[in-house]
Design a protein around this ligand. Sequence first.
Ligand code: ADP
Length: 465
Amino acid sequence: MMRWWRSHTVRLRLTLWYVVAMVIVLSLYATLVFAFIRRNASDTLDARLRGDFQWASAMVDQTPDGAITWYETLTEEESPWLQVWSPEGELLYQNAEAVRRPLPGVRALALAADDRIVIVEAEVAPERVLTRRGRIGAQSVVIQVARSEAAMRDELQQLVLIFVFGLPLAVAAAGLGGYTLARRALLPIERITERARSITAERLSDRLPVEHPDDEMGRLATVFNETLGRLESSFDQMRRFTADVSHELRTPLTAIRSVGEVGLREHRDADAYRGIIGSMLEEVDRLASLVDRLLTLSRAETGQAKLSLELFDVRELAEDVVAHLDVLAEEKGQRITIEDSGALQACADRLLVRRALINLVDNAIKFSPVGGQIRIKVGGVADEATIEVIDSGGGITSAGRERIFDRFYRDGTDGTTVGVGLGLSIAKGAVEINGGRLALAQTGASGSTFRISLPRIARPVRQHA
Ligand code: ADP
C-alpha cells in the first residue's frame, strides 16, 4: 500500500489528499445540515400539532342532545385529524379525516391521555398523535389530534437526494480543481528537474530558471544555483590545480630526463657520472619537496591533519623561526627584529603555526632587498593573538592581492621569482585549520604586512569543504 502510494507523483498524491479531505469535510457538513433540518422540521410539526389541538378544542361543540359536533360556521374539511373520546374510552366524535385515515392503538392513547405526542405507524407514513384531556361544555372529554409525517419525510428525502448526487459532484469538481492547481504549482519543479538533468560536470555554468525568486520554488532554485556556482568554482579550481601540478611536476622530471640522456650519450669518467647523478638527485629532491608540500596542503584542506593543540608563547615561537631563518637573512645582509607588547599566548598546533610563520618570513626575506629590514610584531586584540610579518619589499601588485593565497599563484612573474607559489596557500591552510586567520594586512611600494591571527583559547576548527 505504502509503495503504491509512494510510486505516484506528488501531484496525484496532493489531489488524493485533497479529495479525501473534501469528502470528510463535506460529509460532516451534510450530516450536520441534515440533523439540523430534521430537528427543525420535527419541532415545527409538533408545534403545528399543538396548534391543531387548540384550534380543534375551540371548534368542537356539544349539541343539546349531548352529541359532539363540529362548530357549524366552519366546514369540517378544514379541521385536522380529530377524535374526541370519553375518559372511559368511548369514541364520541370522529371527523372525516379521522375516518379516512384510521390509526391503530389510538384508543389506548386516549385512555392514557397523558398529554404526550406519540408516533404511530400508519399506512402511508408514521403519524404524530397528541392526546390531551379537555372540556366541551360541561362534559370532560379526551381530545386527540394527529398529523402525518409524510410531508416532513418527503422534504428530508429530497435533501438526502441532493446530498447523494450533489456531494460526489462537488468532490469531483474539487478534485479536478485540486489537480489543476497542484499541476500549476508543481510546474516550476518539472522545469527545474528538466534543466537540472541537463547540467553535467561540463556544463556547470548552466543555471536553473528562477521565475519568482521570493516564493518557495524560487528560493529552491536560487539555493540550487548558488550550490552550482560553488561547485563550478571548485571544479575550476580543481582543473587549474591539476594543470598546475602537472606543469610543476613536469619541470623537474624533464630536467632529470635530459640530465640522464646527456649522461648516457658518451662514455665518461666516474667523477662526471657522480656529477650527473648529483644533479639528478637535486631535481629528485625538488620533486620530493613539491610532492611533500602538496600533500600538506591537501591534508590541511580536507581536514585530515591531526592537530595537537597547546598553549604556547607567541614571542618564543617568533624567536624560534628567526633563529631558523637568520642564516638566509644574513646572506642578504638583512636584519630581522621582533617587537612585542608583553607575554602573549595562543592556543593552536605549534608546529603548524611555525610552518606558516616560516613561509611568511621566508617570503619576506626573499622579497626584501639586500640590506633590507624585516619586522615581526607580536600583539593581541580581544581574544586573539596576532603575529605580523612586515617586510621592506616592493609590495604585491593590485591584481595579485586577490589571488595571492591561491595555489601556484606567483605574483608579477618576471622570471626572477623562485618557488612554485604554494607557500602562502599552505600557510593559510595551516592557520585556518587552527581556527585562526591569515591575511595580507597591507601592501605598498615600501613593503607588505602579512598578519596571522590565532585564538587564545581553543576554538572550533574551521571545516574545510
Ligand atoms: P612560494 O611558495 O613560491 O614562495 P608563495 O605562495 O609563498 O609562493 O607566494 C606566492 C607569490 O606571492 C610569490 O610568487 C610572490 O610573487 C608573492 N609574494 C609572496 N610574499 C610576498 C612578499 N612578502 N612580498 C612581495 N610578494 C610576495
